[in-house]
Design a protein around this ligand. Structure first.
Ligand SMILES: C[S@@+](CC[C@H](N)C(=O)[O-])C[C@H]1O[C@@H](n2cnc3c(N)ncnc32)[C@H](O)[C@@H]1O
Length: 387
């Protein structure tokens, strides 16, 4: 397996294959860190904690006993991506490596990335048994073209998977600062090497900017009152912890029902800190040139803002003809790049939800890259994906 750590291209002009790309096989790393099997993922001197990996090709892996993340809609992803032996898939959201592992077990080669170095380290160790079938990079999925070029796959891939948002590990680890239910530093960065934290945003953000964030990304009706309270509080001292922020929001929005009143505020800040919608839009656009004809694009979203972006993009680029009242007749859409085997998104079934309530808002959309001329792939794929 190539165990790679790559600088975030968004923060530099470095190109794949350049000096920022550190590649070493697991064995080289083992040699570097001793026979204890201790190897690490390093960037800026940070070291991910070592874990024992015991993977096998039957899709069952034992990586430490630690719970990381339960992959959502795994069977559906596998069925819809329909990979065959030797096909190449880009997993832009490696996370705990669950989806990647299923794709690898089905015979695909996987090029993966995650912007979180800790997720990358975990998944690399989990998937070590797959050797050269698996390559992973530290990076943002919206740089998939550069990452794929760095992996020697500039000709395009047969599948792209994006399982959006954060992992269970992010929520469960108080130190990452994503959870209003657990006190920790107000951080919320997926990429722990990035500069902007929620603490900076909350304490230094302009009032207009904060109101816009809470409204645009959280649809928080009490945005104005919450921001007013934030500004009053920060005049007395910085708001530094998730507990402080959750209590502050609760002082403005009283508890009603099961949902914590800070849910939307936390979601909005997280999306702003990580520019989640910006990266998604960019990645969708890049996917057009990174997929081979017949390649499958699978995207799992967890809230309506993400799903709306995916749905609009796919609709816009799957219409064979465009029409406007002022035109004498419909015209072919020059940007018709995908066929949609099903229009409605897939959602988890009852048994998955019973096992994993966090999957409740997941929606999976699938699209197939057309031949450049729009081709007859559409017809061919229709039956394969009938619900
Ligand atoms: C829902 S988890 C993915 C879980 C994974 N599919 C699995 O089976 O374990 C999402 C992961 O994507 C990563 N991520 C989110 N946005 C990203 C981006 N723009 N670029 C790269 N990774 C991203 C997060 O750090 C997180 O580890």
């Amino acid at each position: 397996m190539v165990y790679s750590l790559q600088a975030d291209f968004s923060k530099s002009d470095q190109i794949p294959g350049g000096s920022a790309l550190l590649c070493a096989s697991v064995n080289e790393r083992r040699a570097q860190f001793g026979e204890s099997g201790r190897f690490s993922c390093q960037q800026d001197g940070e070291e991910a904690s070592p874990r024992a990996a015991d993977g096998n090709k039957d899709g069952v892996t034992r990586v430490a006993e630690e719970f990381y993340h339960l992959s959502v809609l795994e069977d559906e992803v596998l069925q819809l991506m329909a990979v065959t032996e030797g096909e190449v898939v880009f997993d832009g959201t490696l996370g705990g490596g669950g989806h990647s592992e299923r794709l690898l077990a089905a015979g695909a080669r996987v090029i993966a990335c995650d912007r979180d170095p800790a997720a990358l380290a975990f998944a690399c160790e989990r998937l070590a048994a797959y050797g050269d079938q698996f390559k992973a990079y530290h990076g943002n999925y919206d740089q998939m073209d550069q990452l794929l070029a760095g992996a020697g796959e500039e000709a395009g891939v047969d599948g792209i998977l994006l399982d959006l948002g954060i992992s269970s590990k992010h929520v469960d680890d108080a130190e990452r600062g994503f959870s209003f239910a657990k006190d920790g530093p107000l951080d919320m960065r997926m990429d722990s090497t990035a500069d902007l934290t929620a603490e900076i945003l909350v304490n230094e953000g302009g009032e207009d900017e904060l109101r816009r964030i809470l409204w645009d990304f959280g649809e928080e009706r009490s945005a104005r009152a919450v921001v007013r309270a934030m500004v009053a509080a920060r005049e007395l001292g910085r708001i530094e912890t998730t507990g402080q922020l959750a209590a502050l929001v609760e002082s403005v929005i009283p508890r009603r029902g099961k949902r914590h009143p800070a849910t939307k505020v936390f979601q909005a800040l997280r999306m702003a800190v990580n520019d989640e919608l910006g990266h998604l839009q960019k990645a969708l656009e890049k996917s057009v040139n990174c997929l081979k004809p017949g390649g499958r694009l699978a995207i799992i979203s967890f809230h309506s803002l993400e799903d709306r972006i995916v749905k609009r993009f796919l609709r816009q680029h799957s219409m064979a003809m465009l029409d406007r009242p002022e035109w004498p007749e419909p015209k072919p859409n020059p940007e018709c790049y995908f066929s949609l085997p099903v229009r409605k998104p897939y959602a988890p079934g009852a048994s998955e939800l019973e096992n994993n309530p966090r999957a409740r808002s997941a929606k999976l959309r699938i699209a197939i890259r057309l031949e450049s001329d729009g081709g007859d792939l559409e017809k061919r794929n229709k039956n394969r994906y009938a619900k």
